[in-house]
Design a protein. Structure first.
Length: 386
């Protein structure tokens, strides 16, 4: 790993939507549909009803791992050729502590890796084979799985039954982790045979969360905010663990009760009138451009210059390593008086050294924290440049 800068000046650190990515997504979706049809056609050619794969038992060689849906899969040895068709690549490499055991990943993972700190931690992800699956959710077809010959096939639970009919060895399903990623890390720890390390990461994250309530005075009122997802003021409800844990710092996500990615009308946004607005990593607008939109100029957050671009980190600020860091980041912005008690830059340095063995430089920290992108936002440089 190197310590070269990801970008120069104030260039974007986080992945930005691009036309080429959109074009890829369109063709990937078309390819996924074709593969899906071919998958079903292959099933019919194999002759009538295909019996589900027999459940793994204690007989025979190898180890048995229960996936997140409770289904057992047998492995002859350590996983060293994983085909991952879900957005858990950063979690897998964090648990496995290497990218060498990944065989192929969806294109969007390469895009995110190229434009995030994941590139510095696991540069080998950029050279992995690319699946034809669109965004890791489509069925890529049994012919590609057979050609790649993975020893672990990681798919969404709602697609697993189709693959299961073909009896792919090493098939494991990822189920919903909106309540948090503790169960995901437990499973990945068992899958990668790194259970002790996975438990350490989960415990580390929990200990950081336990400190948060003690940093906020008991008599203070809660502070509301909105998270903008993509463009067009689509509200991101985040996930259940975020909305639950943000209460630890007396914060409230005003979008928690809205449907995912819903586009709110001007009247609704003005009625909510949040004190703070956070732009998720996939918003192409800069903070300055967002604040120049006439419809939003009367919002309290815009008038007070309390609009901020969220860091991406190496995992979209998810999981037990970076999700707690996101809460501390929000706490420092919404309650800047806590900065005397939180040494945030040291927290990031410590996390990256302890978890990834990577010594992050001060210049890289500036990029991580998007100091340039948030330079016009209230108190940002005062809080995060020290």
């Amino acid at each position: 790993m190197t310590s070269d800068s990801l970008s120069s000046g104030c260039g974007p650190l986080t992945p930005q939507p691009r036309f080429s990515s959109l074009k890829r997504a369109v063709f990937s979706s078309s390819g996924a549909l074709t593969s899906f049809i071919m998958f079903l056609l292959a099933a019919s050619i194999l002759g009538g009803e295909i019996k589900p794969r027999p459940e793994a038992s204690g007989e025979g060689s190898g180890r048995v791992v229960l996936d997140m849906s409770g289904y057992p899969s047998r492995f002859d040895g350590p996983v060293n050729k994983a085909l991952i068709l879900t957005p858990v690549v950063s979690d897998f490499v964090t648990v496995d502590q290497t990218e060498t055991n990944i065989l192929a990943v969806p294109m969007f993972i390469k895009d995110q890796t190229e434009n995030s700190f994941l590139k510095k931690l696991y540069p080998g992800l950029l050279t992995k084979k690319t699946t034809i699956s669109g965004f890791g959710q489509g069925v890529i077809g049994c012919e590609e799985v057979l050609a790649l010959q993975p020893d672990a096939l990681i798919v969404w639970e709602h697609f697993s039954q189709l693959y299961r009919k073909f009896g792919f060895r090493g098939l494991v399903a990822i189920s919903d982790f909106s309540e948090g990623k503790d169960k995901l890390y437990d499973f990945l720890g068992r899958l990668a045979d790194k259970k002790e390390w996975a438990d350490f990461l989960v415990g580390r994250g929990r200990r950081q969360l336990e400190v948060l309530p003690h940093l906020v005075p008991a008599d203070t009122q809660s502070i509301g905010f909105l998270v903008m997802h993509r463009d067009g003021f689509r509200i991101f409800p985040m996930i259940k663990d975020f909305n639950r844990d943000i209460a630890l710092i007396k914060g409230r996500n005003y979008g928690e009760n809205f449907k995912r990615n819903i586009g709110l009308g001007l009247e609704t946004v003005l009625l909510l009138n949040p004190e703070f607005i956070f732009l998720y990593w996939n918003v192409s607008l800069s903070v300055e451009d967002f604040c120049q939109i006439p419809a939003w100029r009367n919002l309290k957050a815009v008038r007070l210059k309390q609009v901020y671009k969220m860091p991406f980190g190496s995992s979209k600020m998810e999981g037990p390593v970076e999700r707690p860091l996101l809460y501390y980041w929000i706490l420092l912005i919404t309650r800047p008086e806590t900065r005397t008690r939180i040494h945030f830059r040291e927290m990031i340095k410590s996390a990256y050294l302890e978890v990834y063995g990577y010594k992050i430089s001060d210049d890289e920290l500036d990029e991580y924290l998007l100091l340039c992108e948030n330079s016009a936002s209230a108190n940002y440089e005062m809080i995060f440049s020290e």
